[in-house]
Design a protein around this ligand. Structure first.
Ligand code: HEM
Length: 403
């Protein structure tokens, strides 16, 4: 994978790393590398792709996320400083961003998500029932991928039959996100997602549905600066929501199940006391943090002795904050009932995850319902399990159980 020269303005006093985020490695490998980088220095230059800064520690990352004039969201992918696409609200800052979030927050609010709890439990139970009879499955795909997708499609009012293709397209986009060399498959997949939503918008314009249960119909009633949302804006918003809502859940749920399948003593604790599941979920979000947003510098800034230049990218990988020993006692330990777990897995700034209430609900439901139905299962892999970079996730979690 492409590595670049260190630019001349990076002084010898700034550590340089060669952190390739695009490969497969044994599960946990990325977290270990990120921990080592954080202990090396508060800021480093990474030669991967076109090269970018990495700010590694909790307090500094939090401050950066909150200073959108210096750390702008003009691009949020470290290896793609000049995106040829628009994502709303992700790539918008300041008052416009606030206005877009107001249009969307209600649909994903705790109250609206709570109304879907029973429906989501039903979806989870149905998938588990179908899988249970098989006696084995690849948890990563057949449950951790399948359940959140079906739940999300139900919440948004999208047609379930379109879910498999949408998952493929979203996966293509994320697979290429950490690839600095080639964005062609990503562009093709984004084009197909746009076409899909264009047809959906036409349909809902002709046949509007209940705006409290159909996201597309809701968006068609929204205004920005007093005007209805343009077709381009509608497509951008729908595209972002599908990108943000599917792969994240699959990856996070995958790490949670990887943990429970690998550490039977922790699984036994949640079987003995299921009231621990919400705090297990929080610890899993902290310990296995998957999202690694970047920011583009809107001005020159001197940080920890490193001269960062306007236009350069800065990776703010949230796993480094969430596992920072200055912020979390015994940060390197998975503590199921960790108290005061104020992790940043959903982001600490204005772009904080819009789907966090849905995500938390789905994670808890998935783990509760699975373990009610299939409490005893074991891994069947013959090779070490691997994780991918980009948005981190476990590639495959093959398990079996007695039927
Ligand atoms: C466990 C699962 C999830 C994790 C760990 C996660 C994490 C994150 C993080 C860290 C950000 C902030 C990015 C930044 O500051 O650049 C974010 C933003 C976002 N998330 Fe999530 N997310 C998850 C699930 C979801 C779901 C289910 C949805 C569904 C609607 C969603 C929708 C969004 C949206 C729309 C944004 C952009 C918000 C903005 O730019 O204002 N996420 N997410």
């Amino acid at each position: 994978m492409t590595m670049s020269e260190v630019p001349t303005h990076v002084p010898d006093t700034c550590p340089v790393v060669h952190f390739d985020n695009s490969r497969n490695q044994p599960v946990g490998g990325y977290f270990q590398e990120l921990d080592e980088m954080r202990e090396l220095a508060p800021a480093v230059w990474n030669t991967f792709g076109q090269g970018f800064w990495v700010v590694t520690r909790f307090d500094d990352q939090r401050a950066a996320y909150q200073d959108y004039e210096t750390f702008t969201s003009e691009s949020i992918i470290a290896v793609d400083p000049n995106p040829q696409y628009m994502w709303i609200p992700t790539l918008v800052d300041g008052p416009d961003h606030t206005q877009y979030r107001r249009l969307l927050n209600g649909y994903f609010s705790p109250a609206n998500v709570a109304k879907r709890e029973e429906q989501n439990r039903e979806i989870a139970r149905k998938i588990i029932e179908e899988l249970k009879a098989k006696g084995s499955c690849d948890l990563a795909h057949e449950f951790c991928g399948e359940f959140p997708t079906r739940a999300f499609f139900a919440l948004a009012g999208f047609d379930q039959k379109d879910a498999p293709r949408m998952v493929e397209l979203v996966t293509t986009i994320f697979d290429q996100m950490s690839n600095p060399d080639d964005h062609s498959a990503q562009a093709a997949a984004a084009g197909e997602i746009s076409e899909y939503f264009a047809k959906l918008l036409d349909d809902r314009r002709a046949n509007p549905r209940d705006t409290s249960t159909d996201l597309t119909s809701h968006l068609l009633t929204c205004t920005f600066n007093g005007e209805p949302l343009t077709q381009e804006t509608l497509l951008n918003i729908l595209g972002v929501i599908i990108l943000a809502g599917l792969d994240t859940m699959k990856c996070q749920l995958g790490y949670s199940f990887y943990h429970l399948a690998t550490f039977p003593e922790d699984r036994q604790r949640i079987l003995d006391d299921p009231s621990l599941i919400p705090s297990f979920v929080e610890e899993s979000l902290r310990y296995y943090t998957i999202v690694q947003p970047a920011r583009k510098l809107g001005k020159d800034v001197e940080f920890a002795g490193c001269p960062m230049k306007k236009g350069e990218m800065v990776l703010l990988d949230l796993a480094q904050s969430c596992r920072d020993p200055e912020a979390f006692p015994e940060a390197d330990k998975f503590i199921i009932d960790r108290q005061n777990n104020k992790h940043l897995a959903f982001g600490p700034g204005a772009h904080r995850c819009m789907g966090s209430h849905l995500a938390r609900q789905e994670l808890v439901i998935a783990i509760e319902e699975w373990h009610k139905a299939i409490p005893n299962y074991e891994l069947t892999n013959t090779e070490p399990l691997t994780e991918h970079g980009g948005q981190r996730g476990v590639n495959s979690i093959p398990v079996r159980w007695d039927i």
